[in-house]
Design a protein around this ligand. Structure first.
Ligand code: F0G
Length: 455
């Protein structure tokens, strides 16, 4: 496989600590077999998440020095606002401390108890905020998205018949907006086609339903449109991104991913009334509408990150590096979700540990074993992450996955080789891996702090 050489060079390095297997065994026990509870100093290659883990550029670090830390009307706010207007096309923007801050505001403003919010699969915090505001979440993604082996170019697409059926079932007045994620994280970082975005927008708007993007990884989605959707190969990612967003009414954004910063997010919209409502709520939960929980310097770094994120050479390298890891694992017959998505390679833990039932938490155990094997940290995205429904029953998601998430501009191809080799070794030895039992379960978003013991 060919490398796509990095379109950047290294100016600062951060040494990482190597550990022994005995040290990792002790760390794993302290962490209750939950990779979220490991200390970073015990981790060699950290693929827990691509969130907030980006290496900022020299330009962004320089931008931090331009922070205008005024309580109100910071010039960095205006820079960020202009950047959002220029690159995403939305008229209004409220900064938030991160994506879920924006999800909280949107859910509180737009949802009435008893409403329904359709989405192309769920994200943990997104659905939790919708449910806290009194809505019922409905998954309207295409069926194939729940099948790890279905190899489709746009596996994040909305099934328009499911969306239409929900409108007929509950009535459009009970659907304040559709949450359209680009890309779909839990489906494997799968993109939505421009055609599907257009169709969703047309159907939603015909019924007076808003289209609110979860734009968290929208640049990766734009790249995959350029690569896969006929007629877009010659366009810039920047141009495709702007067209994508033009079909929506606003977005929530976790700046910690495609805006290339370590902290930050925003809620953007075109409707002045929605904006007005957001400015009222943001002061209660985040801060003034011109900083929303961020320092001036953070807003500056995010404005610059947005500009860098649509650089065609950057995003090409980014996607190819993730795909390289996936291709190496697939070549060794390790079961992964197909096709490889934008930000991560997802291991199919159901197949990897096919001797374990889902109630023995195979993905949770696989993540623990990968750490033990090589110090590589990954994340469970299966039955633990899916949590319980309103009646207290465990959701049993079809997808029982371990996510190997690649931070932006942080690791090299050599690191990807280490990851692929160690997981391949583990795969040869998989039959000896036992299941887990949950010994501590928090009430909300349990995956963050739950603890487990081997069976
Ligand atoms: N939406 C998606 C699709 C996400 O992946 C995330 C975060 C959020 C919203 C929430 O944003 O973390 O800034 O509050 N995903 C991280 C992850 C945590 O590891 O996938 P946040």
């Amino acid at each position: 496989k060919m490398y796509v050489a990095e379109p950047y060079k290294i100016k600062v390095v951060e040494p990482i600590r190597m550990t022994t297997r005995a040290q990792r065994q002790a760390a794993l026990e302290r962490a209750g077999h939950n990779t979220f509870l490991l200390d970073s100093r015990d981790v060699y290659i950290d693929l827990l998440t691509d969130s907030g883990t980006t290496a900022m550029s020299d330009r962004q670090w320089a931008g931090l020095m331009l922070g205008d830390e005024a309580y109100a009307g910071s010039r960095n706010f205006f820079h960020l606002l202009e950047t959002v207007q220029e690159y995403y096309g939305f008229r209004y923007m409220v900064p938030t401390h991160q994506g879920r801050g924006a999800e909280h505001l949107l859910s509180r403003i737009a949802i009435k108890p008893g409403d329904y919010v359709p989405g192309n699969m769920y994200f943990t915090t997104t659905r939790a905020h919708q449910e806290l505001a009194g809505a019922t979440f409905r998954d309207v993604i295409i069926d194939e998205a729940h099948d790890p082996q279905a190899d489709l170019p746009f596996k994040g697409n909305v099934d328009l018949r499911k969306f239409q059926a929900l409108i007929e079932e509950v009535g459009a007045e009970k659907i304040p907006y559709i949450c359209l994620a680009v890309t779909v994280n839990l489906a494997g970082g799968q993109p939505v086609s421009l055609q599907n975005i257009r169709d969703v927008s047309e159907l939603a708007h015909r019924h007076g339903i808003r289209v609110m993007f979860d734009a968290t990884r929208c640049v990766e989605n734009a790249y995959l449109i350029k690569e896969r959707e006929p007629g877009h190969a010659g366009r810039s990612v920047r141009e495709i991104l702007k067209e994508m967003m033009s079909y929506g009414d606003g977005c929530t954004m976790s700046g910690k991913k495609d805006c290339m910063v370590n902290i930050g997010g925003f809620l953007a919209m075109n409707d002045p009334e929605l904006y007005q409502a957001a400015t009222q709520l943001v002061v209660l939960y985040e801060g003034m509408p011109s900083y929303g929980g961020l320092a001036g310097r953070d807003m500056e770094a995010m404005a610059l990150g947005i500009q860098e994120s649509v650089d065609d050479d950057y995003i090409h390298h980014r996607i190819m590096q993730v795909r390289y890891l996936g291709d190496r694992l697939a070549a060794a017959d390790v079961p992964i979700v197909r096709p490889v998505g934008g930000h991560a390679v997802f291991l199919d833990a159901r197949q990897f540990l096919d001797h374990l039932p889902q109630d023995a938490f195979p993905a949770q155990m696989l993540a623990a074993q990968i750490y033990l094997q090589s110090g590589v940290r990954s994340m469970e995205r299966g039955i633990v992450s899916a949590g319980r429904d309103r009646e207290g029953q465990n959701h049993h998601p079809n997808l029982e996955l371990v996510r190997l998430t690649v931070p932006r501009r942080v690791y090299t191809y050599a690191h990807m080789d280490v990851v692929a080799d160690s997981i391949t070794d583990l795969y040869e030895d998989r039959r000896r891996i036992p299941g887990l039992t949950m010994v501590y379960e928090p009430k909300v978003l349990r995956f963050f702090t739950a603890r487990f013991e081997p069976l």
